[in-house]
Write a protein that binds this ligand. Structure first.
Ligand code: HEC
Ligand code: HEC
Length: 481
């Protein structure tokens, strides 16, 4: 194709000689490189840094004037400002892992390849996405074979089974069943995922990326960056898993979204960010794309959880390779699915807004003002001067986040009373905004709901007329502190 061709002559001759023009002059045989670049829809391997633990406190430095903002420690290797990069790296220290950096006794290419193949086998490609849970037989085989690192397998099967005992098998079976149930509850069947992938590639890929990494080239300019689904946590959710829910892998069930949350996000967009509202998707498209987002998230978190155990700079863990790595992977896949299932089943109990008189609403807002400023709720620790003060923090992605300015009335997770109620009740796990749910447990009937009071306060805070009404009730109220 790269050879210049006498086009006019070719067109003239083509009706007489169909063969010839397209094939002559002879083309070079395809190079191996071009065969590899044929799109396979295979998800790209993870090459960015993994932030496995978020340091307490805020970044001590942010970007310098002449450089673009480095919003995420995942982008460190591309930082144009080496001093800043060095500074941030110090804050994270060993909590940042680099999956492309191979070093004897830490992490080797063979392990990287094996995880890539496991991901392909269990999650497919973007053209044929799947969430493949191993069969029970396969699961037992994977769990059993890993004991056989040094000795020949057949001879030891009895010993291995004895070692394993019946109890272990029961646990495995329970995990396997729970994950399988979660898979069907979350609509992660192949047909739905295939349709969802098409919607995603049309509308979401440009921002959220093929594997859900959310780091397109312009991401650093977007504040906030598009969501990286691979961390397995979300911000605007109504799931509230019981604190006793076991944290089996990754970041646990906390911060997982329910299907209705994801639908609301996609349908309404996220105010104050570049994420648009997709008002014209049909109900079926919305349903499908939500399944696909969950697929990417489960895949990404399984990868993340496996990598963060398998890469172990100076740790005491065994080296995960061969069957041990397969087993680690399968356990994480099941745990991540189970956590999604737990989130789906545990919504925040949001009482419906009551219709109330203006007088009652302002009185409630005044009570909310006191609660907001009380040490019980501790809102001012982060939203100082109602969030007007810029206080930078790290979030679960290793991205810089700022507590919301609550005077503006722009809420990303929805602005209705119920939305705000859920946000305050549940907190925002990935940014460490704490849950306030404990404040409403066991309320006596007819006592005012403290969270509704704060919701009424927040609504009034963003409305100059309401602020005057509140001050008319209580002149000591101050809106600038
Ligand atoms: C123009 C860029 C852009 C496009 C297109 C886009 N998003 Fe987003 N999306 C964002 C940004 C930015 C955020 C992060 C907002 C934040 O952190 O508050 C986000 C966040 C999200 C979240 C996380 C919500 C949460 O609770 O944490 C989901 C889910 C999501 N997007 C799904 C989608 C889907 C599905 C599509 C396609 C139908 C899509 N997005 C298209 C930019 C985009
Ligand atoms: C540990 C710090 C912290 C504390 C304490 C905290 N917040 Fe937040 N809050 C944040 C951060 C960070 C965000 C921004 C999250 C984001 O990026 O979307 C936020 C966002 C919000 C939002 C915006 C939600 C949306 O949909 O956009 C509201 C409302 C809010 N906080 C209310 C409160 C209230 C009320 C309290 C006290 C009960 C409180 N916060 C306590 C850190 C905190």
């Amino acid at each position: 194709m790269n050879h210049p061709r006498p086009l006019v002559l070719c067109v003239a001759l083509s009706s007489f000689a169909l063969v010839g023009c397209g094939t002559s002059p002879p083309t070079d045989p395809p190079s191996p490189a071009s065969t590899l670049t044929v799109p396979s829809g295979r998800y790209p391997a993870r090459t960015d840094l993994l932030a496995v633990k978020i340091p307490d406190g805020a970044p001590t430095r942010w970007y310098t004037a002449q450089f673009p903002p480095l919003r995420s420690v995942r982008l460190l290797p591309n930082a144009p400002d080496a001093d800043l990069a060095g500074d941030l790296r110090k804050q994270f220290n060993k909590a940042i892992l680099d999956p492309t950096l191979y070093e004897q006794d830490v992490w080797m290419p063979a392990q990287g390849d094996r995880i890539a193949r496991l991901l392909d086998a269990h999650f497919g490609t973007s053209a044929a996405p799947t969430v493949r849970i191993p069969t029970w037989e396969h699961m037992v085989a994977t769990g059993v074979v890993r004991f056989d690192q040094s000795v020949s397998f057949g001879a030891n099967l009895k010993d291995i089974r004895a070692k394993l005992g019946k109890a272990k098998l029961k646990d495995w079976e329970a995990d396997w069943k729970e994950a399988s149930a979660a898979k069907s509850e979350l609509k992660l069947d192949d047909a739905t995922l295939a349709r969802g992938s098409v919607v995603y590639r049309r509308w979401c890929l440009q921002c959220h990326g093929p594997s859900g990494a959310g780091d397109p080239a312009y991401a650093v300019e977007a504040g906030p960056m598009p969501r990286d689904y691979r961390q397995g946590v979300f911000k605007y959710v109504t799931a509230f898993p019981p604190p006793t829910a076991p944290k089996k892998a990754g970041l646990g069930a906390g911060g997982k979204a329910r299907r209705t949350d994801l639908k609301q996000t996609v349908r309404n967009g996220i105010d104050g960010t570049i994420m648009p509202a997709f008002t014209s998707l049909t109900a079926v498209e919305l349903d499908d794309v939500v399944s696909y987002v969950i697929h990417l998230s489960v895949r990404g978190e399984t990868e993340f959880a496996t990598l963060s155990r398998a890469i172990k700079p100076g740790g005491d863990d065994p080296i995960y390779e061969g069957g041990e790595l397969d087993w680690l992977f399968v356990q994480h896949q099941l745990a991540v699915l189970t956590n999604w299932g737990v989130a789906e089943k545990n919504p925040i109990p949001v009482p419906q807004a009551q219709s109330m008189t203006e007088k009652d609403r302002i009185e409630s807002a005044v009570r909310g003002y006191r609660l907001y400023n009380s040490s019980d709720f501790g809102c001012t620790g982060c939203h100082a001067n109602y969030g007007r003060v810029q206080q930078l923090k790290w979030d679960a992605w290793g991205t810089i986040v700022q507590p919301r300015n609550l005077t503006l009335g722009v809420y990303r997770g929805g602005r209705t009373g119920e939305d705000l109620y859920a946000r305050i009740y549940g907190g925002i796990a990935p940014v460490a905004m704490p849950s306030s749910g404990q404040h409403v447990t066991n309320v006596a009937p007819r006592t005012p709901d403290k969270i509704w009071d704060i919701v009424h306060f927040l609504h009034a805070l963003a409305d100059p007329a309401d602020r005057k009404r509140m001050q008319a009730k209580d002149p000591t109220i101050k809106f600038d502190q």
